[in-house]
Design a binder for this molecule. Structure first.
Ligand code: PRP
Ligand code: URA
Length: 217
């Protein structure tokens, strides 16, 4: 698995991410979701540089101009709930993309005993697609690995990209084990220090789903 850590190059992305992390700002839910969307847009733009492009003639009112356009069939797949705002950011760049959803949540438990439960999946055919899985938090990696397994029932993509906002080293190791080959790319806006005993990312930002939508019971 290839890893692209977008924080290695200072950009506006770090500004959006700092607002997500900041305890004095992150309780503004609208801003929190907006920043996830902004990060989604930036990541989608960076990822778009890796797609395949063909020259096409575009007719303007005054003439014809050649433009390199991508014909890749993109599917953006999201892990509910916290992935929704990031997903919207991706769709604002890949406006013709299809969407796939899976509901996954981490059940109570600690460390290795943490169980991920999947309850709902809706996906188009993934055969031959460029499949972009998005989820803001890569902690143990359990949710993304389980979600990928569920999505595979809908077909085999040509390329797989996994896009997260904050990755823990433990989650990266889990994905490296699940995706050893070089044709899978992990995109992240930051790599943090570690997981705590409740499998939350430190320093991280807290519970992304709750910060977007409120505490769940
Ligand atoms: C969060 C996040 C990921 C998962 C990451 O979801 O959106 O899906 O945790 O953790 P993992 O790498 O250890 O699996 P959460 O379970 O909090 O559900 P929510 O989005 O409904 O709040
Ligand atoms: N899910 C979150 O929302 N935050 C974490 O730190 C880990 C998993």
């Amino acid at each position: 698995m290839k890893i692209v850590d977008l924080s290695r190059q200072a950009s506006a992305l770090n500004h959006f991410l700092s607002q997500l992390r900041d305890v004095n700002m992150q309780n503004d839910r609208l801003r929190f979701r907006q920043n996830l969307k902004r990060i989604g847009r930036v990541m989608a733009y960076e990822l778009s540089k890796t797609l395949s492009y063909q020259e096409q003639a575009i007719t303007t009112p005054l003439g014809v101009k050649q433009a390199a356009l991508s014909g890749d069939r993109i599917v953006v797949g999201t892990v509910l709930r916290a992935g929704l705002s990031l997903h919207e950011g991706f769709l604002s760049v890949f406006d013709d993309a299809d969407s796939a959803f899976v509901a996954a949540y981490r059940e109570e438990g600690e460390g290795d005993s943490l169980k991920v439960r999947l309850e709902y999946r809706a996906a188009p055919c993934l055969d031959g697609s460029t499949f972009i899985m998005v989820d803001p938090m890569l902690a143990t990696g359990g949710s993304l690995v389980a979600a990928h397994r569920a999505f595979l029932e809908a077909g085999t993509p040509k390329h797989l990209h996994i896009c997260v906002v904050i990755a823990a080293p433990e989650g990266i190791a889990a994905l490296q084990k699940a995706f050893p080959s070089d044709d899978v790319t992990l995109w992240t806006a930051a790599i943090d220090e570690r997981l705590n005993e409740k499998a939350y990312i430190v320093p991280g930002l807290g519970d992304a789903g709750d910060l977007c939508f409120g505490e769940k019971i």
